[in-house]
Design a protein around this ligand. Structure first.
Ligand code: HXC
Length: 520
């Protein structure tokens, strides 16, 4: 073998090139990034992935046009770092925008790099994670950067439901940098250091005259509690990336696999007597549904999604006997758990997320119905509520429901009721299932009888009491076959785990079609 000098110039050149790529937009811009309390793209990837597993691709790509000025430096990587690595030993593809290079903005070559890892992720059935920190479309590249975004959006849509796509927002994300995440399965934001808007404060001021700062326009508080665009948030970048790892553990690598099983740290036969006392005897007194959920699932595994938006509905991932499940529930202490427009969107979207990734659904029902009101009707509650019906009817994953307390009218039907195709329906003895509440019902059905009675108030009360006796329990519904088993609340965990095991090999083919037409 030929003996090359120890300082072979070709190896030296490669090392110099690697170092140059590592420098991104230069030491000054890296320092600026750190001053803002932000990590660099490389530091983020290191934190996200299992140590030492990252392999970078296309590190030497630069922009190809002369739009940025022929004499302008062509930064290696063109503002994004792409490649593959592992999370919990599982293959993932990742891209991280580098704000130190042209503000992480997206042009033709950056898009080509991102699309390349998206394509590899699809072909290899692995999740794609985007760490987003970008001013959006690169102004200097004009239509090329718009087309470049379209290439990504198309892949986001076509790969949706095939591989998990997660976006972690780590800076000011404008325009396309907000739209692409909106097409992915989960958006995680960093509090006070990430923003999402289509047009920023300056443009809004010029067009509408409204004055607003970036945080109030598109900070994590807004997207976590007002717009419903983000799913999770964390106080800093380290915890946002840790949250991404945690959330991914509930997902399979692709739509053909099942989510990974984790050895349960909790007894599958555990019963909890406290549940037998959790529902107040007075049906108008609320209780904490989160306590019910935490008690039923494997301890410490509940990851609530969108906890501050549409709080009358609760959604989240958990584990039951080590298996990943999606939980959907009402929150009786927020607006009595009524279903409104935002709750409908929240539930429907989550049901579909679970269904496309083979995550069984457990639905805990306690809702007095859909929210009445002109603003709800005019806001399209019919269209939005229909999304829940559509999502549950379409879902082929194992579906189990537990009627905890109220299941009235439309709320009973939409919340995974038996004839929407739910596999196993449980009820607690506190369940009340009826078309509507007692007072409303007797006023409609017995109006003439009440009006002609010598004491209308007493007659109304008597009839309402009769109605309650008939419907304020699960036995009428069970006698008609709408409930499979009435269980003691303390048995819920073991009953659910047994039901999940009974449904593990569920086969539920759907009729062939191009795709359905969900009311969006
Ligand atoms: C080119 C850009 C840029 C852009 C920022 N930069 N945005 N370069 N195109 N869109 C550059 C800056 O010139 C600067 O370069 C570096 O990135 C950092 O930007 P700063 O402004 O210094 O940083 P900061 O103060 O943190 O502000 C970040 C920002 C702001 C909030 C993102 O730059 C901004 O508002 N940019 C415009 C956002 C926008 O409107 N984008 C277009 C969206 S339209 P130097 O050399 O100084 O480091 C879109 C269409 C997609 O995306 C299609 C959707 C359907």
């Amino acid at each position: 073998m030929a003996q090359n000098p120890p300082d072979d110039p070709r190896i030296r050149e490669l090392r110099a090139m690697r170092e140059k790529a590592r420098q991104g937009g230069g030491a000054d811009r890296i320092a600026k990034q750190h001053q803002k309390g932000k990590l660099t793209a490389r530091e983020r990837i290191e934190l996200l992935l299992d140590p030492g597993t990252f392999n970078e691709q296309e590190a030497y790509i630069t922009h190809q046009g002369d739009e940025l000025g022929v004499n302008t430096e062509r930064y290696l990587g063109d503002g994004v770092i792409t490649g593959y690595g592992q999370i919990d030993g599982r293959l993932v593809y990742v891209y991280a925008q580098d704000f130190t290079i042209y503000g992480g903005t997206l042009g033709e070559m950056q898009s080509r790099k991102i699309c390349r890892v998206m394509d590899l992720a699809l072909r290899n059935g692995a999740p794609i994670i985007g760490l987003i920190d970008s001013g959006g479309a690169r102004i200097q590249e004009g239509v090329k950067s718009l087309g470049a975004y379209a290439e990504i959006f198309r892949r986001n849509a076509q790969y949706s439901g095939v591989i998990p796509q997660i976006s972690v927002m780590l800076g000011p994300c404008a325009g396309g940098a907000a739209y692409s995440p909106a097409l992915t399965d989960l958006i995680i934001m960093v509090e006070r250091n990430s923003y999402m808007f289509l047009t920023g404060p300056e443009v809004i001021k010029a067009v509408t005259g409204e004055i607003i700062d970036p945080e109030s326009l598109g900070g994590s508080d807004i997207h976590m509690s007002v717009s419903g665009t983000a799913h999770l948030s964390a106080p800093d970048e380290q915890s946002a990336l840790a949250l991404c790892r945690r959330a991914l553990a509930y997902f399979p690598s692709n739509n053909i696999e099942n989510p990974p099983y984790q050895n349960p740290q909790d007894d599958v036969l555990r019963m909890d007597d406290s549940l037998n006392n959790i529902i107040p005897l007075d049906p108008n007194i609320p209780y904490e549904m989160q306590d019910v959920i935490q008690t039923i699932v494997d301890q410490g595994t509940f990851l609530e999604i969108q906890p501050h938006w549409a709080e009358n509905a609760i959604i989240g991932f958990a584990r039951m006997g080590g298996h990943s499940v999606g939980i959907v529930a009402q929150h009786p202490s927020v607006m009595a758990g009524v279903i409104d427009i935002d709750a409908s969107d929240k539930i429907a979207r989550f049901v579909r997320t679970c269904d496309c990734f083979n995550i069984p659904l457990i639905t805990l029902v306690d809702s007095p119905g859909f929210l009445p009101g002109i603003s709800q009707e005019h806001g399209g509650i019919i269209r939005h509520g229909a999304k829940i019906l559509y999502a549950y009817s379409e879902a082929t994953v194992p579906k189990i429901s537990v009627i905890i307390r109220k299941g009235y009218g439309g709320a009973y039907v939409v919340m995974s009721s038996k004839y929407l195709g739910t596999d196993i329906n449980f009820a607690w003895p506190s369940a009340e299932i009826a078309v509507m509440g007692a007072e409303g019902a007797v006023n409609i059905v017995y109006r003439k009888q009440i009006e002609s009675a010598p004491d209308p108030a007493a007659e109304r009360a008597r009839l309402a009491q009769e109605y309650r006796q008939k419907f304020n329990n699960p036995y009428y519904a069970a006698s008609a076959g709408y409930i499979d088993e009435i269980i003691e609340p303390r048995e819920t965990r073991l009953k659910l785990i047994a039901a999940l095991a009974a449904l593990r090999d569920k086969y539920s083919p759907a009729p062939p079609r191009k795709h359905g037409n969900i009311p969006v």
